[in-house]
Design a protein around this ligand. Structure first.
Ligand SMILES: Nc1ncnc2c1ncn2[C@@H]1O[C@H](COP(=O)(O)OP(=O)(O)OP(=O)(O)O)[C@@H](O)[C@H]1O
Length: 439
């Protein structure tokens, strides 16, 4: 059972595998990140007390009361009782996690009964806490062995984590450590593959992932959880899981909100303009929307443009905003080509909580939990509807909040049909905005 130990931390990233003490120091120096790290830190460290603003505690308590009086929906504590250690349960309540989200309500009983699980629910719906609670129910921090492994697609997601007895890693570096036998999975009890569709889609990663699932550990000796907001052909995927022995034969597909792939509190808008007016339109939107914090998604630079020595579009957007934006938000950049330290620094700045405008590529489109983000701007449209869903999911990350969150697409007239296709595929409506730009 979990206690307060913060030992047994190992983080690895794709290009920079760390030795254990280094990883431990690296993670401990960067706190408190949200999502994996923040949750685990909140739950496992008795010295860290996190309080909610009174209004939020009140709302949650009220919601809890209503739920109890209406239909006796179980609380998170009731669902976790007898499975999750008492100190973790207390921490859950101290930080205000009283009411389970839909995916937690459906999946936790399945997971606590020992089943493997495909967690398929909207972005920001609480999948991370779901599998973390399973892990807390399974690990023994006194045992000096890796007992839970969470595989994630990007370094930024690794950097969110600071859990005890748990390894959070990208598949590339994990494979190196396993091959060199630096890491052993003999005592692995829970294996989580987060953003599973993304990892299986990537040809570079898929063979390593298959090897992890079948050669380095066996599905019979562990509980396996696959999570994503987008699992296309999920019946086929479940079939493959069983056939390929990635999971046991009774793996359960927990599918929440199947009719609405995206959260209902998201409002989608678009502005049509010429290519040269895009920067000015972005500025006008920022001036009229006054986001608390926002993410501006820019397309990745093509190989051709790189070879011809052109600056990436992210640089153009950042330079423009630094010269023209007069608001109070910090303008920050996060993209693949930045070195590891700069990427880490950008994430730290974002999490300082002073409000930010983060200019980024799809590198932050998945899994990153920045609950203060109220606005998403697609300066360039994403390539696919699934990419749209994950970008949009970087906002609206406060379950039970009735606030409105906005996704705004700045498009050329010839891109309208692409956006329309996304609307049909993801079943949302996008409203047109007209913007008066100066100059
Ligand atoms: N029961 C709960 N009550 C209140 N807040 C919660 C609860 N469960 C999760 N949250 C909060 O909701 C936010 C989103 O949760 P989480 O990161 O687990 O979403 P997710 O489903 O993994 O999203 P994604 O698919 O984008 O990775 C987090 O800030 C988390 O702290």
């Amino acid at each position: 059972m979990a206690s307060n130990s913060a030992s047994q931390i190992l983080a690895t990233t794709k290009t920079a595998p760390y030795s254990k003490p280094m990883a431990s120091r690296f993670l401990q120096s960067r706190r408190p990140y949200l999502n994996l790290c923040c949750l685990s830190q909140k739950f496992s460290n008795d010295n860290a007390l996190f309080c909610l603003p009174n209004s939020k505690s009140f709302l949650l308590a009220k919601e809890l009361e209503e739920r109890n009086s209406n239909n006796h929906s179980p609380t998170l504590r009731e669902i976790c009782l007898d499975h999750v250690p008492g100190n973790v349960l207390r921490r859950l309540e101290e930080v205000g996690y009283l009411v389970p989200t839909d995916v937690q309500k459906e999946a936790l009983p399945v997971l606590f009964s020992g089943n493997d699980c495909i967690l398929h629910a909207q972005t920001g719906s609480g999948k991370t806490l779901t599998y973390l609670l399973l892990i807390y129910s399974q690990i023994n921090p006194k045992k000096s062995a890796v007992q839970a492994l969470i595989v994630v697609p990007t370094r930024e997601l690794v950097m969110q984590a600071e859990p005890p007895a748990i390894v959070v890693a990208t598949i590339g570096s994990l494979s190196q450590l396993l091959e060199k036998q630096i890491l052993k999975l003999d005592y692995l009890r829970v294996l989580v593959v987060d953003e599973v569709d993304f990892l299986f889609k990537s040809s570079k990663q898929v063979s390593s992932l298959r090897k992890l699932l079948t050669s380095y550990s066996s599905c019979n000796n562990r509980q396996t959880v696959f999570a994503s907001a987008s699992i296309l052909q999920h019946r086929r995927f479940r079939h493959d899981c069983i056939q390929q022995k990635w999971t046991k034969g009774d793996v359960v597909h927990v599918h929440v909100n199947r009719i609405m792939p995206m959260p209902a509190c998201l409002y989608h808008r678009f502005v049509i303009c010429g290519r040269k007016a895009k920067h000015q339109v972005l500025l006008s939107l920022l001036q009229s929307d006054l986001p608390e914090s926002g993410i501006i998604f820019v397309g990745e630079q093509s190989e051709k443009s790189k070879k011809s020595g052109q600056a990436p579009s992210t640089t153009a957007v950042i330079d423009f905003l630094r010269a023209s934006y007069e608001g109070s938000l910090d303008i920050l950049l996060l993209e693949e080509d930045m070195n590891f330290n700069s990427r880490a620094a950008s994430l730290t700045d974002v999490r300082k909580g002073d409000g930010y405008l983060l200019v980024s590529t799809d590198i932050v489109a998945r899994g990153i939990d920045l609950p203060e983000t109220t606005h998403i701007y697609n300066f360039d449209l994403p390539k696919t509807a699934i990419d749209y869903l994950h970008r949009a999911g970087r906002t609206c990350r406060k379950p039970f909040s009735d606030k409105k969150y906005y996704v705004t697409n700045i498009i050329l007239s010839e891109e309208r049909f692409v956006l329309q296709r996304f609307e049909n595929e993801l079943m949302f409506h996008c409203e047109e905005l007209t913007i008066e730009t100066q100059g």
